[in-house]
Design a protein around this ligand. Structure first.
Ligand SMILES: *Cc1c(COP(=O)(O)O)cnc(C)c1O
Length: 376
């Protein structure tokens, strides 16, 4: 029998590699045959969501036959009150990842340049490639900080329309304060939008987050309920910025990307300040413990302002081997993908019990021959 004709895949998509930004722990469980991985690789909250959020989501489940409010009016009103702006400055999406795809479409055309740090959060680069825009990268400094002046220069040189910065950054954990960001914003070319991903804003130093200027058309910021709020599986994030930029998102977004259970959970979670404060302080304690663990094991750690810490294994090979060695011991972690940070492993702050289990597995794996870097 003759094969049916094969309609072509669009050229931009046909040219993409089959790679994905992440290998999920579920896939690692399927391939390793384990079902009980200690999940310290995706920066999920070990402390879970607020009990008030869980109760609100259970109640909302009764109405799951109904679509959610496509405008997320209740949630946007609460977020707007907190940001001191009107709701027209906020758009909700199915997590920041969803909003990053929209941002690429709102601000670039295929062929336009988009700038980011090499090895930073991979989903931005994924969407840039998927839309046929052109990725321009600047490496991290050797100490894991972002090279802000080089990023601004790359934006000018490439006539970029979009520049992505995670602050606090993932995977480095580094943080640029309000003053540094204001100077950076001022150095950007006028046709380039700063896409500021604040997925870890709650963990940043108190008072360190730049104030929101709703009148600045050149900055769009994103936040999520996935990290400090412990709702990663619910998929809810938001972008905020100038009303005209947010209006661009509203013209192309998937109207029902945010489900009603997530809306109810996020609204309740946002109202439970005490829970988030507890998560933030327990996370700070966990970071200090990881730092001390690194010292005990003779490994440097990167200063972190997020819910994870990077340990320096000394080389890409050792870091890759350590990810495998930990997986064999039932622990899922990830590692930065590009130099100069690719000799590190990145470990999410767990509960005290999870941290103890990680410390035991890490110490044991390091004791294996060849696992440890030479002292430097
Ligand atoms: C985890 C993470 C995200 C993902 O956020 P979602 O709202 O779950 O899509 C986005 N940006 C950074 C920097 C992250 O680390």
């Amino acid at each position: 029998m003759k094969a049916p004709p094969r309609p072509p895949i669009a050229p931009v998509v046909a040219a993409l590699p089959a790679s994905r930004p992440f290998i999920a722990p579920e896939e690692l469980e399927r391939t390793s045959g384990r079902t009980d991985l200690l999940r310290l690789g995706a920066n999920e909250s070990a402390f879970g969501p607020s009990p008030a959020a869980l109760a609100a989501m259970r109640a909302a489940l009764e109405r799951i036959a109904w679509y959610g409010d496509p405008e997320s009016v209740d949630l946007r009103a609460a977020l707007a009150r907190s940001l001191g702006c009107g709701p027209e400055h906020i758009v909700c999406g199915g997590g920041i990842d969803d909003l990053l795809a929209l941002a690429v479409r709102v601000f670039t055309s295929p062929g336009d340049a988009a700038v980011t740090t090499l090895g930073s959060y991979p989903t931005f680069a994924y969407h840039v490639a998927g839309y046929g825009a052109r990725l321009v990268t600047v490496p991290y400094a050797a100490d894991g900080t972002l090279q802000l002046s080089e990023l601004a220069r790359a934006a000018a040189d490439s006539r970029a329309r979009l520049l992505y910065l995670a602050n606090p950054d993932n995977p480095s954990g580094s943080f640029a304060d309000a003053g540094a960001l204001a100077a950076f914003r001022a150095a950007l070319p006028p046709e380039c939008v700063l896409l500021l991903d604040e997925a870890y804003a709650e963990f940043a130093p108190a008072g360190g987050i730049a104030p929101f200027d709703a009148n600045d058309p050149g900055v769009v910021r994103t936040r999520t309920f996935s990290k400090a709020y412990g709702l990663a599986g619910a998929r809810l994030g938001y972008a905020y910025g100038h009303a005209e930029a947010i209006g661009g998102f509203n013209k192309i977004r998937n109207q029902y990307a945010v489900n009603r259970v997530a809306q109810a959970g996020a609204l309740a979670a946002f109202g439970d300040r005490a829970h988030v404060a507890r998560v933030v302080s327990e996370t700070a304690a966990g970071r200090a413990e990881y730092r001390a663990l690194g010292e005990r094991l003779g490994l440097a750690t990167l200063p972190s302002h997020a819910n994870f810490v990077c340990f320096d294994l000394g080389s890409r090979e050792r870091a890759e081997a350590m990810v495998e060695a930990l997986l064999l011991r039932g622990v899922f972690v990830r590692k930065p993908g590009a130099p100069p940070l690719d000799g590190h492993i990145r470990v999410t702050v767990g509960t005290p019990d999870e941290r103890a289990r990680f410390a035991a597995a890490f110490s044991e794996a390091l004791a294996a021959p060849g696992a440890k870097p030479a002292p430097h």
